[in-house]
Write a protein that binds this ligand. Sequence first.
Ligand SMILES: C[S@@+](CC[C@H](N)C(=O)[O-])C[C@H]1O[C@@H](n2cnc3c(N)ncnc32)[C@H](O)[C@@H]1O
Length: 274
Amino acid sequence: MWHGAGVAAEPPQTWHYGLVAQWWAEFNDDFRAHEIPYFLRFVERGQPALDVACGTGRLLLPCLRAGLDVDGCDVSADMIALCREKAEREGLGANLYVQAMHELDLPRRYRTIVVCGAFGLGSDRDRDRLALERFFDQLESGGTLLLDKEMPYADARQWTYWLKKERASLPEAAASPRERRRTSDGAELGLRSRVLEVDPLNQHVVYEMRAERWRDGELEAEETHRLDDGHYFRNELRLMLERTGFVDVVVHGEHEEREPRADDDFLVFVGRKP
Ligand SMILES: C[S@@+](CC[C@H](N)C(=O)[O-])C[C@H]1O[C@@H](n2cnc3c(N)ncnc32)[C@H](O)[C@@H]1O
């Protein structure tokens, strides 16, 4: 086990607040939907389950609809509020908590913990190590952790900046969203992200998101949010799970129960608490 000496005091920097949270609730319901059946299969095999960084419920809601016993948590109170609204609209009860993953401390122990699209966000390496310890403690003995991670080389835009010459041009210029989408209340939302910093030594990328809401041709609200993202390659993250105490650690490619391949953008790390 590792211990988190020197963990930063500032809250996790993620952009999932305000207008960005609204965008998630409106438009990101079935984003990368192939992950949902993959994770559902594991949750069916081991309950109760916890959806860490559940966002607005893209995975949690299908689990609840299937009658599975799943709790959710997320650092963003805005995402949790929108998730709760969606669940209540469908008459689904859920235990939802606002907590950062490196400070996870919940009343139940779980057979399965899923972290989908979130490990490394709003974080740094010390916090990520702590988060793995928190997942370990929060699992029942014999329970399973599933954690997915997009590989650093999967996103051509930020991967280019790992090269010294390209990195010299950062930060990217600020700009307004290229297009807007109509929301359920008749407004229009637009998002545009930019890369601010890439630190290949620490495998850390900082992004900024500009969000705008327009109504009847007028700019009604604008926000900017920052996102920290810690990058991991397969071998480092597998070793971190093992060092935390997880056993039988396997890595799956693209949310399929098979060996990963070099062309896979997403890997899933699966480990068991002894
Ligand atoms: C890309 S979204 C994914 C949401 C959901 N898991 C899904 O797949 O739809 C990332 C989520 O992670 C949450 N998040 C970011 N950093 C976090 C942290 N350090 N601890 C807990 N949640 C975090 C954000 O608030 C956001 O809801």
